[in-house]
Design a protein around this ligand. Structure first.
Ligand SMILES: [Fe+2]
Length: 522
């Protein structure tokens, strides 16, 4: 058996360099034989308690996911054997038309998770899927394919969400999202939170801060025990990325926010966290991790209507400048060699966004790109964890939008548990002649607990930052309707998350016309 990647003879230096870490650990990734496996397992309890999911739609298919876990909150409850799992995909919910079947292996190494890349399907239509193992059947999930490359297709209706702290609120927002009947869900990260159980909250985590593989797995299982989250996964394909809490608060590449935690220690933890993330998400083989490296940035096209460029602003970034937090700009925040994307991802983004083919170039990413001044008056404070902490990269991206004439850039953001609609321009203070893109920041599903519609700082915030066209501090998600003719965004909020049954309301609507990068109320 291969040694764990951190005990290899490769020099420690290689791991400290992130590019080196990716290359070195890819070579050391455990190779598991799928030869011996059990065909007819007997489960102690229902093995599909974590539900089903699908993701990363293409014109000819998507990935379908489940994880066998008869004791989901207690390590899964499976033996160390690999098991055979059967799957079915059909054109109707009764599995009568266009039935396709296959088998796959749920291996113990990957926590008995299953990721099947279904291909050969028809473009731009809905499908239904399910799994079988040991005489048990999974719930039925619904997914859909994207329109053919270059095809007009029908308008796209999708929701984006982020930040679902299990303890601070219920996932009522997902019940309303389900009723919105979307084609697609984009999740921008903080799917789980790593912190310990805290007393007197709406719901309680189990145990201490998660650090081991089993603890990460149990945490995903706890979150996935939520019926509204499971139902939303079963209803439509998801495109997922992560933020920091899937590993540890505000980590930057190999650097922990805690000074006492060294880079090797953080990378070891990151390897376990990335593995558990992959095990619980509907991701393709290309996103299978190797040690502490997981290639999450990727492109997904929705015909000629939208190109999703999914970014990872955590794995490759340099350390937060100015000791993190909200600070006036310091020399480090303006350093040209500081980066939030890393050179490889930035080059990839520039190439893919400049290529023709899509009416809307959608950046699905984590932290706010607009340079929002958090202090009223002549003093300034910017979040050093967000793009303004990496001003050189921020400016490169915005200049690229302009110079490469990127068609209709739309930035989708999560992370800060509040709603924002921002026009993006290339100046430091947002006073430029014309915006070069728009940014929609979506609030949390539950993180932060019950919110407020109009926080006390609202008027000074809007005065200070004229490019911010809307701000709201309630919980919820964002609904987008995209067609060739225009883009519409709706901010959907719940009144409370501390008890069940909140109604849903739309607090604001914006329209973007192609070629304009301006936010119009509508
Ligand atoms: Fe968050």
């Amino acid at each position: 058996m291969n040694p764990p990647w951190w005990q290899s003879t490769t020099t420690r230096r290689a791991f400290v360099s992130l590019a080196g870490a990716a290359a070195a650990t890819a070579a050391l990734a455990p190779v598991r034989s799928l030869g011996a496996h059990t065909r007819h397992p007997a489960f102690k309890d229902y093995p599909f308690q974590l539900g089903v999911a699908s993701g990363d739609p293409a014109p000819d298919g998507f990935v379908i996911w489940t994880r066998l876990a008869p004791a989901p909150l207690d390590g899964g409850g499976m033996s160390s054997e690999s098991l055979e799992v059967r799957w079915e995909v059909a054109e109707d919910e009764h599995f009568r038309n266009g039935l396709r079947r296959g088998t796959t292996i749920a291996s113990a190494y990957w926590g008995h998770s299953v990721h099947v890349e279904v291909a050969g399907l028809k473009p731009d239509r809905w499908y239904w899927y399910r799994f079988f193992s040991g005489g048990e059947a999974s719930p039925v999930g619904r997914s859909r394919t994207a329109p053919t490359a270059g095809a007009a297709g029908s308008p796209l209706r999708f929701a984006f969400a982020s930040c679902q702290h299990f303890e601070t609120g219920l996932f009522t927002a997902y019940q309303h999202m389900l009723a919105d009947d979307v084609d697609l869900v984009v999740h921008l990260g903080d799917y789980i939170y790593e912190g310990p159980a805290v007393k007197d909250r709406v719901r309680i985590h189990r145990g201490p801060e998660i650090k081991t593989l089993e603890q990460y797995r149990n945490r995903y299982a706890l979150y996935k025990s939520d019926p509204a989250l499971q139902a939303m996964h079963a209803a439509a394909p998801w495109i997922v990325t992560w933020d920091d809490h899937e590993v540890d608060n505000n980590y930057a590449g190999a650097i922990s926010e805690e000074l006492k935690v060294g880079q090797i220690e953080l990378l070891k933890r990151r390897a376990l966290a990335y593995r558990a993330f992959y095990e619980h998400m509907p991701l393709r083989r290309a996103q299978r991790p190797a040690g502490p490296a997981l290639q999450l940035y990727r492109q997904l096209d929705w015909g000629r209507l939208a190109r999703f460029l999914v970014l990872d602003t955590r794995q490759y970034r340099t350390d937060q400048p100015c000791d993190d937090g909200n600070k006036p700009p310091c020399a480090d925040s303006l350093r040209p060699d500081a980066t939030i994307l890393g050179n490889r991802q930035r080059d990839w983004l520039f190439k893919r966004s400049a290529a023709p083919g899509a009416q809307w170039n959608v950046l699905a990413q984590q932290v706010m790109m607009a340079r929002v001044d958090r202090k009223s008056g002549p003093e300034e404070a910017f979040s050093m964890d967000q793009w303004p902490g990496y001003e050189a990269d921020r400016r490169r991206v915005l200049n690229h939008f302009h110079q490469a004439k990127v068609r209709n850039p739309v930035v989708l953001t999560g992370d800060i548990h509040t709603n924002w609609a921002n026009e993006l321009d290339r100046t430091l203070d947002g006073s430029g002649p014309a915006p070069v893109g728009v940014e929609f920041v979506g609030t949390a599903i539950s993180s932060g607990g019950d919110g407020t519609e109009k926080p006390t700082y609202l008027s000074s915030l809007l005065r200070e930052n004229p490019f911010v066209k809307f701000h709201n501090a309630e919980r919820g998600y964002v609904l987008c309707n995209a067609s060739e003719a225009h883009w519409q965004t709706e901010y959907r909020t719940v009144d409370y998350v501390s008890r069940p049954g909140s109604p849903m309301r739309t607090r604001a609507k914006f329209v973007v016309e192609p070629g304009q990068s301006r936010l119009q109320a509508g």
